[in-house]
Design a binder for this molecule. Structure first.
Ligand code: PEP
Length: 250
């Protein structure tokens, strides 16, 4: 089954509104490539301006987090209702930085995935192992637990629509990337996990990205693998020329 490749930039805590809009105006056009989905996941403060700037382009705007409740006494949080109201289409859920620094467990991640679907947002569900887990031979098991935990309770249609990002934690922002063959091996396994949870058609439909020090120079290697359907990119998504090259490379 043909899956549309998806390149998603994760800007993390970078860019003011004016920086975001100026990036967007430089990147649009170049970052709109037939047959590739292009998504920018930006800080909350920049989302209204980016959604406006993205009107009439093929670039979708995503958030990097959401709260699982619709509203309430959760100081500092932003909900799926609020993101959907802005016109945001995607939301990263369970990024390893949120798991590590903000205590997000599989249970919380799962509630966030469900909240995304409740409000018509597509979750980009991040899974991946720590270096010590990799060294202990636990990579696949960690990915299985996180994938099953994240998708729990979803219908097959929702699971098929979810974008999974396999991001080995030791490769994020370190310049050390997984080899394309190793990433393919783990991603093919994650697809088997989805098949086990649902069925082969769902597993064939779900898009699974690789993330971890992807750059224009190596993006083609990853995207050339049978099971890798795109990339979630931090550092190399921050400059328009680099982001365009990533989308073109897909
Ligand atoms: C990320 O932030 O998800 C990521 C993969 O970062 P980088 O591309 O910088 O490794």
């Amino acid at each position: 089954m043909a899956r549309t490749p998806i390149i998603a930039g994760n800007w993390k805590m970078f860019k003011t509104v004016s920086e975001a809009v100026s990036f967007f105006n430089e990147a649009k056009g170049g970052a709109e490539v037939e047959g590739v989905e292009s998504v920018i996941c930006a800080p909350f403060t920049t989302l209204p301006a980016l959604v406006e700037a993205a009107k009439g382009t093929k670039i979708a705007i995503g958030a990097q987090n959401l709260h699982f409740e619709d509203n309430g006494a959760y100081t500092g949080e932003v909900s799926g209702v609020m993101l959907a109201d802005l016109g945001v289409k995607y939301v990263i859920v369970g990024h390893s930085e949120r798991r590590a620094y903000f205590g997000e467990t599989d249970e919380i991640v799962n509630k966030k995935v469900a909240a995304a679907f409740k409000h018509g947002l597509t979750p980009i569900l991040c899974v991946g192992e720590k270096l010590e887990e990799r060294e202990a031979g636990e990579t696949k098991n960690v990915c299985k637990v996180q994938t099953e935990g994240g998708l729990k309770g979803l219908t097959a249609e929702q699971a098929a629509e979810t974008v999974i990002a396999y991001e080995p934690i030791w490769a994020i922002g370190t310049g050390k990337s997984s080899t394309a063959e190793d990433a393919e091996d783990v991603i093919a396994y994650i697809r088997e996990v989805v098949a086990g949870l649902y069925d082969q058609a769902t597993a064939d439909a779900v898009r699974i990205q690789y993330g971890g020090s992807v750059k224009p120079a190596n993006v083609k290697e990853y995207l050339g693998q049978a099971n890798i359907d795109g990339a979630l990119v931090g550092g190399a998504s921050l400059e328009p020329a680099s982001y365009i090259a990533l989308v073109e490379g897909a």
